[in-house]
Design a protein around this ligand. Structure first.
Ligand code: UT7
Length: 362
């Protein structure tokens, strides 16, 4: 049977840092509230296009796998903040990489976009339909942020990550997965005025806005991710003590503590970087996985457990058996264009735009 080894990994986090103190300059919030409720200290703001981050993350993953882009036969890109809907962003990435033999598919399942992509890509390799797949996950969520919404705006950030998976006879890569959707609660996270269900004949169309039921999502996230983790462990006949590292979706540190408790996981085994980046949606797992590898936290042969939850409300868990290689084969100097502005300067016009609309509607 064919398996799909993760042979390359890479991340791209934009350089502009938006700290909790920066948010306090224009929003009624405190560093104490954000840190104690979420664990988030800062997040990044993208100064270019989403595809620029995806291309850099992909180039780094390809370098780690020492793979020529021409050998990739499928690109799966998880994101809800694509450059455009036509053309799809996976095509933009394919062209920039020179991945001339690759089919290119965007996956919009929000925070689960990367794990959904890893599941799909792995199974297409298992069937023999594809051999070398690039799976990307990331978000440019600041582009759609309403900075007047303190209950939402403090939570999110921009970043992207990618992995290369390749066909192998070795029993490695994603060995177990469980994915699903609590569609009955689909509007618990909703970005409005974005999509063909919204009239373009009103001024509202210019303002993406958010429905966000934080507490409902919190409860569902813990329950669904815990159940999915238990399912994938059972699929392989493993217990939590067999897990070397957990690389979960990074939405809120409190969610991760609750998840660890519910599944019986040792919190020391849970990789956390939400304090640095906030919730980067489909970007959290590939970025965290790359950092875990960079920090030597993934050992050869480790079982790595991943779980995610987000808009839709989609959920997923995956169990990866890591191969023997935990270091990149090569590196690249690919990077984003230089950023001349601070994070506050990048979002300044958007903050004003929403403030003015709010004033006009009073
Ligand atoms: O990727 C998956 C998607 N997202 C998630 O998984 C997020 C899941 N939810 C959460 O992480 C948490 O529910 C939040 C962090 C969003 C909120 O934490 P909470 O402990 O559930 O707070 P809350 O919604 O109960 O809000 C408590 C209070 C409210 O004030 P009142 O009504 O009690 O006076 C809010 O208005 O905190 C207020 N508040 C804030 N105060 C200062 C909300 N946002 C802020 C803020 N700064 N940024």
């Amino acid at each position: 049977m064919q398996h799909a080894e993760i042979t390359g990994w890479g991340k791209c986090v934009p350089p502009a840092v938006l700290s909790n103190k920066d948010l306090m300059t224009f929003m009624d919030t405190t560093d104490e509230w954000i840190t104690s409720r979420t664990g988030i200290q800062e997040r990044r703001v993208c100064h270019c296009n989403f595809s620029d981050m995806a291309i850099v993350a992909a180039k780094r993953a390809l370098a780690a796998a020492d793979l020529d882009p021409g050998e990739i036969d499928l690109i799966l890109l998880g994101s809800l903040t694509n450059d455009s809907y036509c053309p799809n962003t996976a095509s933009i990435v394919a062209d920039a990489l020179g991945a001339r033999s690759a089919a290119a598919i965007d996956i919009n399942s929000a925070c689960t976009g990367f794990l959904y992509g890893l599941h799909i890509g792995t199974n297409l390799i298992r069937t023999g339909a594809h051999k070398k797949v690039l799976v990307i996950g990331g978000e440019f969520i600041s582009h759609y942020m309403n900075w007047s919404r303190r209950d939402v705006a403090v939570l999110f950030g921009d970043a992207c990550g990618a992995v290369v998976i390749e066909a192998t006879d070795e029993e490695t890569g994603l060995l177990g997965a469980s994915i699903g959707c609590e569609s009955d609660a689909k509007y618990a996270i909703q970005i409005t005025n974005l999509g063909s269900a919204y009239s373009r004949m009103t001024d509202d169309f210019l303002y993406a806005d958010w429905n966000f039921e934080g507490q409902e999502v919190f409860k569902r996230a813990v329950r669904a991710m815990a159940q999915a983790c238990e399912v994938v462990l059972e699929q392989r006949g493993l217990s939590v003590s067999d897990i070397g590292l957990v690389v979960p979706h990074q939405a809120n540190k409190r969610i991760l503590s609750a998840l660890a408790k519910k599944v019986g996981l040792d919190e020391d085994k849970v990789f956390i970087n939400v304090h640095k980046y906030g919730n980067t949606s489909a970007g959290t797992i590939p970025v965290a996985l790359t950092e875990a590898l960079e920090e030597g936290k993934v050992k050869p042969g480790d079982y790595v457990l991943m779980a995610s939850f987000g808009a839709g409300l989609t959920w997923s868990a995956g169990l990866v058996k890591w191969s023997n290689r935990v270091t990149p084969l090569t590196e690249t100097d690919a990077d984003l264009p230089p950023c001349e502005k601070t994070a506050l300067e990048i979002i300044e016009a958007q903050i004003k735009r929403y403030e003015e609309r709010d004033k006009a509607s009073v």
